[in-house]
Write a protein that binds this ligand. Structure first.
Ligand SMILES: *[C@@H]1O[C@H](CO)[C@@H](O)[C@H](O)[C@H]1NC(C)=O
Ligand SMILES: *[C@@H]1O[C@H](CO)[C@@H](O)[C@H](O)[C@H]1NC(C)=O
Ligand SMILES: *[C@@H]1O[C@H](CO)[C@@H](O)[C@H](O)[C@H]1NC(C)=O
Ligand SMILES: *[C@@H]1O[C@H](CO)[C@@H](O)[C@H](O)[C@H]1NC(C)=O
Ligand SMILES: *[C@@H]1O[C@H](CO)[C@@H](O)[C@H](O)[C@H]1NC(C)=O
Ligand SMILES: *[C@@H]1O[C@H](CO)[C@@H](O)[C@H](O)[C@H]1NC(C)=O
Length: 369
């Protein structure tokens, strides 16, 4: 395991080096990316409405990919909201600075690298990463590979390192989730996310579902991205119905809801004129919100959304943000995802949710729906 990063980001998930190692033999066509996160930085009070883009929320997952015939390990940010891989090459800039050495891919060291010489720019939340399309083999620790995986080699990156998109879009050559299936490594273009008992642990499981990690039955939503959820309910029973769709956002460290709901919840929890809350009411409490998603309710402690800015403060601040009015959906981020086992099937377009069961046991099965 790699040491925890001490950074100023809120949550940084960092993959351990067991990338690609099967956990169990029962169903062997899956890929595991172990995740690890840095400690929360409670002082990082985010004031503006949270964007759905991970670099704004600080909710980042890192993994190392082995690229090219040299199987060079390249550190990338995992992003469920985009669908291409881009990696900086020597001479590239990252946020206008020199890129971190472990994030740079050296095409000159790979005998299988092909520069497709076609420009490919990706825009993340305003900033553009400038690249050329390329392809090369993508290796896993067990020796398996996705041959000729298409990705982008950037010369000007809008992030501090490259981005590994695992979301919807693109084609079977460039979309990692589909390419893994295409290469025969999984039976289904889908993945599961488990965030462990420690806030710094998690697993991104490609092509499988770990039945040991959730309670009861997986509730399936016939949805690609967003669902029609019902309401959010406070501990005192006050119900705030959702009027817009709700999306699960692994890139959001917190939660973004429609403005009227945020105002309502904050008022209900006693926000003062300065925007503060009584810590006993929101942090030092076992009370929780219920997110009524229709067929399933997810309970999330108030304390997951509030923090004390300084130890000597008696007031607390909140991490429930207003989704931009023009946003198509509200974003349920990590505090909610931490309470569930989350399955996403890009192929049959389903989202599966069940209350998480925190355990080291595993029982990985194939997608059955
Ligand atoms: C890539 O090649 C350079 C020399 O061309 C060498 O210094 C470097 O160690 C190589 N890196 C890898 C990851 O093989
Ligand atoms: C890829 O090809 C383009 C166009 O010829 C070139 O400008 C760029 O430097 C090449 N990149 C790499 C990594 O070879
Ligand atoms: C969600 O609600 C909209 C409008 O009420 C409806 O058209 C749509 O079919 C619903 N979607 C699902 C998956 O239930
Ligand atoms: C939390 O509340 C309990 C009683 O409800 C109190 O005894 C304790 O001192 C409080 N802890 C903090 C850190 O305020
Ligand atoms: C979720 O909670 C609400 C409020 O307590 C309740 O009305 C609803 O029936 C619950 N839904 C499920 C699926 O248990
Ligand atoms: C609390 O601590 C902060 C930072 O150390 C300091 O700036 C502030 O003056 C302190 N406030 C009180 C009320 O002691």
């Amino acid at each position: 395991m790699l040491p925890l990063l001490k950074t100023t980001v809120l949550v940084t998930l960092l993959a351990a080096v067991t990338n690609g190692t099967p956990i169990e033999k029962k169903h062997d066509k899956f890929i595991v990316h172990e995740l690890e996160s840095a400690e929360f930085n409670l002082h990082d009070k985010r004031t503006t409405s949270e964007s759905q883009w991970f670099s704004d929320t600080g909710a980042r997952w890192f993994t190392k990919l082995k690229l090219g015939s040299s199987q060079e390990p390249v550190r990338v940010t995992v992003d469920t909201g985009s669908y291409r891989l881009n990696v900086p090459v020597p001479g590239a800039t990252c946020l206008k600075k020199t890129c971190a050495p472990d994030a740079v891919f050296h095409p000159e060291n790979s005998s299988t690298f092909k520069n497709l010489t076609k420009g490919s720019d990706s825009t993340y939340s305003g900033a553009t990463t400038k690249s050329f399309k390329a392809n090369d083999d993508l290796y896993f620790d067990n020796g398996k590979k996705i041959p000729g995986f298409e990705f982008d080699v950037s010369y000007e990156s809008s992030g501090d390192i490259g981005v590994f998109g695992v979301g919807d879009g693109g084609d079977a050559n460039s979309n990692y989730v589909f390419a893994a299936k295409h290469a025969g490594l999984t039976n289904r273009a889908g993945y599961s996310i488990y965030l462990g008992s420690e806030k710094d642990q998690g697993t991104l499981l490609l092509g499988g579902i770990d039945r040991a990690k959730y309670e009861g039955e997986l509730v399936l939503f016939d949805a690609e991205q967003n669902i029609n959820a019902t309401s959010v309910i406070t501990a005192s029973g006050k119900v705030f119905p959702f009027t817009k769709k709700v999306g699960f956002d692994t890139g959001n460290a917190w939660v973004a809801l429609e403005s009227s709901i945020v105002d309502g919840i904050y008022k209900e929890l006693g926000i003062d004129s300065q925007g503060w809350f009584d810590c006993d009411r929101v942090l030092n409490t076992t009370e929780s919100f219920t997110f009524d998603l229709g067929p399933i309710n997810i309970t999330v402690p108030y304390s997951s959304f509030f923090y004390k800015p300084y130890p000597n403060y008696s007031v607390c601040a909140g991490h429930i943000y207003k989704a931009p009015d023009n946003a198509g959906a509200q974003g349920l981020g990590l505090p909610i995802l931490r309470e569930v086992y989350f399955v996403k099937d890009l192929e049959t377009k389903h989202i599966g949710i069940a209350p998480v069961k925190r355990t080291d046991d595993t029982n990985i099965v194939d997608f059955w729906f």
